[in-house]
Design a protein. Structure first.
Ligand code: FAD
Length: 264
């Protein structure tokens, strides 16, 4: 067995096709919109935020005064614009930009909780019907810190029993379908805490919601540990979309993140 730490990788995020965006804005709002893009692009920290703002401003043609006779002034700064949409609960614009994360060395406890979030996500999880583990990799929760030896011994015992049963099959002579069925049966013996991997894509509306729910003090420690990492990454890379998130430091060194605007 091997002790491991959950890992978070942001492996992809929405990017803008600037040629198309410029042509589109010229068509929608001529020079006013083109100048708005030049100003905003320069100040923008992330393409996901810029995309969100473009999508939002399309709604009222609010790239500048004069494009929509009903609009007599606009919010010039992106920070004010995004803050205003968050405060009004106009959450749908935050669905345009997405992030894809790979969560490695997470347990089945974690993945089971993660997949309860249904809206605005895509999920691909390591198949333990197909992937036959050679040993157990395991994250030690804080509650077990002074029980490391005992936990190691329990898992090694499970591994031993697992391999005894596994070795009772003549794997070399089995076709793939039978191997898959036995692998799937065998996984039932492994602990829920066994490390696995999952790729999770979500839009920013969903990421905001899941950070807030899963870093709550009452949330399970592993998912809070992972979504604290997600929150720190999002605050750094998308400072406007997550501008209203504040944290409190918990005893286990994780942070509980709360947004000012909850129902976005
Ligand atoms: C601390 C904690 C403890 C928990 N304990 C338990 C437990 O003991 N047992 C258990 O079974 N689960 C438990 N859960 C899971 C919880 O009940 C939810 O299933 C999970 O958090 C998914 O959140 P969500 O319902 O907001 O769904 P998401 O899929 O994240 O949906 C986002 C939002 O979209 C809307 N929405 C989504 N689906 C629908 C729908 N069908 N109809 C209308 N609106 C919709 C809702 O506004 C929802 O908040 C727990 C969660 C937490 C954070």
């Amino acid at each position: 067995m091997e002790f491991v730490e959950p890992q978070v990788y942001l492996i992809a995020e929405s990017k803008i096709n600037f040629d198309q965006l410029k042509t589109m804005l010229a068509s929608v709002g001529q020079e006013t919109a083109t100048k708005w893009l030049a100003r905003t692009e320069e100040a923008s920290k992330s393409q996901g935020e810029l995309l969100t703002e473009v999508a939002g401003r399309i709604c009222y043609k609010s790239f500048g005064v004069g494009l929509n006779p009903n609009v007599t002034k606009i919010r010039e700064s992106s920070r004010d614009y995004i803050d205003n949409t968050l405060s009004k609960g106009d959450g749908s614009i935050f669905e345009h930009a997405t992030c894809t994360f790979a969560f490695l060395n997470v347990s089945r406890v974690f993945t089971h909780e993660l997949v309860r979030h249904r809206v605005g996500v895509a999920i691909s999880q390591e198949s333990l019907r197909y992937v036959r583990p050679t040993h157990v990799r395991f994250w030690l929760p804080p509650e077990f810190q002074d029980k490391k030896k005992e936990v190691k011994s329990i898992i090694e015992q499970i591994e031993h029993n697992y391999h005894e049963l596994e070795n009772s099959y003549g794997w070399d002579k089995l076709n793939f379908d039978v191997k898959k069925r036995i692998t799937s049966a065998l996984r039932r013996i492994m602990p829920d805490g066994m490390a696995t991997s999952i790729v999770w894509s979500a839009n920013h509306r969903t990421i905001r919601h899941v950070i807030s729910m899963r870093t709550a003090e009452s949330a399970e420690v592993e998912i809070r540990f992972v979504f604290d990492k997600v929150a720190r990454l999002m605050k750094e890379k998308f400072p406007l979309i997550y501008q209203d998130f504040e944290y409190t430091e918990l005893e286990d060194k994780t942070r509980s993140w709360r947004p000012k605007y909850n129902k976005v």
